[in-house]
Ligand binder design. Sequence first.
Ligand code: FAD
Length: 562
Amino acid sequence: MPTRHLTDSYAISPQIAVQDIADLKAEGFHTILCFRPDGEAPDQPEMKVIEAAAKEAGLAFAAIPVKSGTVPSDAQIAETRQILATLPAPVVGYCRSGTRAGQIWALAEAGKRPAAEIFAATERAGVDISRLRTRIERVAAPAAAPRKDAAHFQVLIIGGGAGGLSTAGSLLKRNRNLSIGVVEPSNEHFYQPGWTLVGGGVFQAAQTRRKEADVMPKDVVWVKQAAKLFRPDVREVVLTDGTVVSYDALVVATGITLNWDAIPGLAETLGKNGVTSNYRFDLAPYTWQLVQQLKNGTAIFTQPPMPIKCAGAPQKAVYLSCDAWKRRGVLDSISVEFDTATPGLFGVKDFVPPLMEYIKRYHVGLHTGSKLVEVDGPNRKAVFERKVGDNVERVERTFDMLHVVPPQSAPQVIRESALSGSDGFVEVNPATLQHVRFPDVFALGDVIGTSCAKTAAAVRVQAPVVATNVLAFLKHQGPVSEYEGYGACPLTVENGRIVLAEFSYGGKLAPTLPKWLLNGQKPTRLAWWLKKYIMPLMYWDGMLKGRELMVAPKPLNAKKGG
Ligand code: FAD
């Protein structure tokens, strides 16, 4: 019988037969543990038959039947833990293939030994526990001392994008002597909010890219790797090259993942056949090229289900393209569609009326509840699943130009870590941005699982809050500053005018400037001017350098500190 050891005292086996028991005894096992309910297969020996044979051979026997394809219940996990603690070891657990016996062991051991050890043991034994990783990691193992050979930083920042570098800047502004490590694998840093303007022919792509080395603060250590595994129980992060880095406080800012492969046919046709996206640096210029070339036909713009970064960006592409076609006098010859998987045009209702005016002005066919599910680039066909009443219809459309915004999710390394909440994003207190289970962990930007908008404008306000709360934590104090959910979305409704949506948690309006100067519910030239000239400056020379213009961290309202 092929047994596979997870530890010296526990092994797994596929279904055993009466004649295997002598071999198991010879291998040294003292207990047989059955996880397979009777009657799963016609050739399966009944539990009571195995039990009788085990007892006859002088071995202990117990059974916790787990239905195939189900996750063991908490009661079954507790019972397994109890049996492993009381019946004589070594124990061999069996089911049909051994997988259930391995998975339930992993769940029973979670919290008793470090998650990494459980993962290594199951991997060695060939047991797939990918669906259980988060659950196992969430149960913190007893803290072990950080490894002595690990590089150590007072503050370790994961991600050198908008959130990571702004936080580094805000920390250094307050304490130049902190030891800060920034883990960032990319050689390039992008000003992503500029990509809409690249797709609209207003910016050159090069204006939105700088070398990471040029924006990395001089007083931090740039660790040019990606984080592979978070071990918050021992305050360590494992990097892709296997290096271990430890910290006193951790700041997670890895952004959101764009899932181009989630739509069959999309990845292979991007950048050709009229298929483009402003969500990639290299493709935004192609959007503008297509807009300039199109004289007639059908142009389709898509938006996936939430969450996405900059929820207004999919429709910004619609408006700027339509504006260019209108100026060239070809808009009437182009049929424009906007298919959004969301139930409405924009999440904050106060901004919907001015946007709807532009939808009408440009004669855009608006389809809400419509999700792009397939692309056939060479034949220029896009397939949508559209909600019609209670039904979902599959609709095939041909296009001359297709602007796609891909589905988005929390990065895998976060989803599979103990840091994630049920949505896969980092679970932080929405006000303090401190992790709800690990007080030495903070997070900001697109990777956090709060209801705020995933925008650089939000990051600008979050970074000083995170920096001050991290510094308080290092002084053994509770959080001192709070974030009220501010986010902004400059909706470029035409070349020269913007509806500047600014709001906080719960969709509450949060204008920065007085209404007489800038009314966010109307298209204004001032907002366009801010977007085109001021915001890029505020990004490169303001927030990335810790200059907190008009974003002084707000003292924490004690009720939200929890
Ligand atoms: P990012 O800036 O994306 O940075 C994440 C960093 O983490 C990256 O450098 C990445 O390399 C790194 N990383 C990833 N995984 C790992 C890992 N495992 N280990 C280490 N490092 C890792 N915002 C606005 O405010 N206004 C706008 O008008 C606007 N328009 C937009 C238009 C478009 C087309 C797009 C794509 C975005 C737009 N945004 C806008 C959104 C804005 O760019 C993001 O919200 C902002 O960049 C989020 O910052 P972040 O630090 O969370 O993520």
